[in-house]
Ligand binder design. Structure first.
Ligand code: NAD
Ligand code: MLT
Length: 531
């Protein structure tokens, strides 16, 4: 499988992908249209913040299965478009937060103490320090916009140097403010009026773009310092320029621009110009927030592992599926069971389903089951799906088929500690299957279309419905033996005059053998199930 990398990630991580057997192309510094031209054959794409993974690019990405964002923000990834196309989108939200927070703090120091200006001046033989007098941070008020992962670290660090720290973040609880030891300010204008330093730590959204524009700058304290190491455009660049020239803003530290330069071009090839670069009271860094060796290692390792796993068909905590965090490994056997249960219906039946009910019982009644439901649906569609089915697009595909999906829960269970039941209702009847996980990870199907069972859903299983008379199972065994197919397990359940046998096989079985079983005396129907 082929992976395209369009922005620089750690060398070790690229090597890791190669060692995993992937065919990796690092093509850095390409324009959007150049990427669109070459992207078609690639199964995976790894980007940082510059490549715009939008609908246009994705429409050219005919083989794409996973997009890996080496970093935190996902504003350059059209997650909805990925979801529509069944492409898994992954990022590495924790891997560079310390690096980004430390850069913001560094920029804050520069804006108060003219460090970069002094350095530039010194290189021009200008050592008159009277022209470089700054202000102390101790005792001033730091205003954080967005008290998330990075904002909270910045708050801790600035408070450590003796600043009073306030924050504006309408989306988090008072408890989060308390935990971060930060003063909550409800009104944005009130916040602007109190801060000597304003530092942005929000994502780029409709609401945060131009969050500080000319009117807001006018409401800030005179001589405020502004730091943006989050996303370009959160502070309006034209308004900031004017306020820096007028002296309303004393200095700014800018790591990110609304429209960013290419970070891989040599100086001679670079054509980036910006009015802010002409001002002495602005410190500019080239989107350097995540650029530490530590963060590069963390981000590279995290993104390549995620992309490799996704391409191998393993479950990864993607942006476009429910969050499972650290519970993924603990949930894995239930996820596998749910998928196997979902997959039974269309392997055995050929009629459409109108309603699919999933019942979580026992221990699972109180569990987070979003991912289990997605797994049932994924299993359900896989035998019939023409297009790629994955955790990302399956809900939408099932809804488009007109299948009503209902979840219910009960804590009552007599025989098992946990049970998943899936009821498939078609035009004429409801068929149900149930399964449980024993111990750490042993799966058992305990009900197969109304017949009590106890079988392991292994790779090749035939399910035979037959008249409950002597000799039928013997005939099936003989026929399998004649065709050199070894029986691994045998289970059966009875209901009235009928029985259901579930036979686990060591090897593959051909359609011809299945047809012969179907013709045996006493056999009513037979299905081959692959789990
Ligand atoms: P996060 O999701 O943990 O936190 C974002 C916070 O912003 C949340 O608490 C949210 O409630 C708050 N928020 C959202 N909308 C808001 C609004 N309108 N007003 C006030 N608060 C609002 O994100 P994070 O991991 O802390 O990252 C913060 C930003 O830093 C992101 O934009 C990310 O892309 C950027 N980043 C930049 C670099 C860099 O190299 N410069 C590196 C890493 C992250
Ligand atoms: C991020 O969102 O992780 C940062 O902006 C860093 C980057 O993309 O390089």
């Amino acid at each position: 499988m082929r992976i395209l990398i369009t922005e620089k990630i750690a060398e070790d991580s690229v090597q890791y992908l190669k060692d995993q057997g992937f065919d990796v192309d690092e093509r850095l510094g390409l324009s959007q249209s150049q990427i669109e031209e070459i992207v078609a054959p690639y199964d995976g794409l790894i980007v940082r913040s510059v490549t715009q993974v939008n609908r246009s690019l994705l429409s050219h990405a005919k083989s794409m299965k996973v997009v890996g964002r080496a970093g935190n923000g996902i504003d350059n990834i059209d997650v909805d478009a990925c979801t529509d196309l069944g492409i898994i989108a992954v990022n590495t939200p924790e891997a560079n937060i310390m690096a980004a927070a430390e850069l913001a703090v560094g920029l804050a120091f520069c804006t108060f103490r003219n460090i970069c200006f002094a350095d530039q001046s010194a290189r021009k033989n200008e050592f008159r320090r009277g022209k470089m007098i700054g202000n102390e941070l101790e005792g001033k008020t730091a205003g954080i916009i967005g008290l998330g992962r990075i904002g909270s670290i910045v708050a801790r660090k600035l408070s450590g140097i003796g600043m009073r720290v306030i924050a504006y973040d309408p989306y988090i609880t008072d408890e989060r403010f308390a935990r971060a030891g930060v003063e909550k300010i409800d009104g944005f204008e009130d916040f602007l009026a109190q801060a000597d330093l304003i530092t942005f730590h929000t994502p780029k959204t409709k609401e945060t773009v131009n969050m500080i524009d000319a009117p807001q700058l006018a409401k800030c304290r005179k001589d405020v310092r502004i730091v943006n190491a989050a996303r370009g455009g959160l502070v309006n660049e034209k308004a900031l320029y004017d306020a820096l020239v007028s002296g309303q803003v004393a200095a700014a530290g800018i790591d990110v621009f609304d429209k960013e330069p290419s970070y891989d071009r040599k100086p001679g090839e670079q054509n980036f110009e910006h009015p802010l670069l002409t001002l002495p009271n602005v410190v500019v860094t080239p989107h350097l927030g995540a650029s530490t060796h530590e963060a590069n290692r963390n981000v590279g390792t995290a993104v390549t592992e995620l992309v490799a796993k996704a391409l191998k068909g393993e479950l990864v905590a993607a942006i476009n599926m429910p969050a499972v965090g650290g519970r993924l490994s603990e949930m894995r056997p239930y996820i596998q069971l749910a998928e196997r249960l979902g997959s039974i219906y269309f392997q055995a039946e050929k009629t459409r389903v109108n309603r699919l009910e999933i019942v979580y019982s026992g221990d699972l009644a109180g569990a987070e089951t979003d991912l289990l439901t997605l797994s049932v649906l994924k299993g359900f569609l896989t035998p019939i799906a023409q297009e790629r089915v994955n955790f990302v697009n399956v809900s939408r595909n099932v809804a488009q088929m007109g299948v009503e999906v209902v979840e219910s829960r009960t804590t009552l269970l007599e025989k098992y500690t946990n049970l998943i039941t899936v009821r498939f209702t078609n035009d004429t009847r409801t068929l149900s299957v149930s399964g449980t996980v024993f111990g750490k990870d042993s799966m058992r199907i305990t009900d197969f279309f109304g017949y009590p069972m106890d079988f392991e859903p292994t790779r090749n299983v035939i399910a035979v419905q037959n008249e409950d008379k002597p000799g039928v199972i013997g005939r099936i065994g003989t026929l399998l033996g004649q065709n050199e197919i070894n029986i691994a397990t045998l289970n059966w359940g009875r209901k009235g005059t009928r029985a259901n046998a579930v036979v686990g096989l060591d090897g593959d079985v051909t359609d011809d053998v299945i047809a012969k079983i179907a013709r045996l005396e006493g056999v009513l129907r037979v299905s081959l199930l692959h789990f």
